[in-house]
Design a protein around this ligand. Structure first.
Ligand SMILES: [Zn+2]
Length: 98
């Protein structure tokens, strides 16, 4: 058994990052909610799979704000939706190539 290490769990589907790629979201000290692609920003973090379905669930059910204990501003929500749409476009492109 591996030693215990920080578990990263998708806030939408509750799967851990062992098997799936997770994207970090962060609440900045200014109270903004951003996608943290480097995973290095300081602040409270939450994770979502790189799966548009999880992003849709998280946005629809306001899971991001709940996980980060902040209400994302309308501007931040727009950016999060755009990120979800970009993931969706990427996934659609990848699946059309197979
Ligand atoms: Zn997920």
């Amino acid at each position: 058994m591996a030693k215990k290490r920080p578990q990263r769990t998708c806030i939408a589907c509750r799967q851990t990052g062992e098997k799936r790629q997770l994207i970090r979201l962060v609440r900045t000290p200014e109270g903004r909610v951003l996608v943290d692609e480097t995973g290095k920003r300081s602040g409270r973090g939450a994770y979502l799979c790189a799966d548009p379905a999880c992003w849709r669930t998280a946005l629809k059910e306001r899971l991001i704000g709940r996980a980060l204990r902040v209400t994302p501003s309308p501007q931040d929500l727009v950016l999060l939706r755009e990120y979800a749409e970009a993931l969706e476009a990427k996934q659609a492109k990848e699946s059309s190539q197979t």
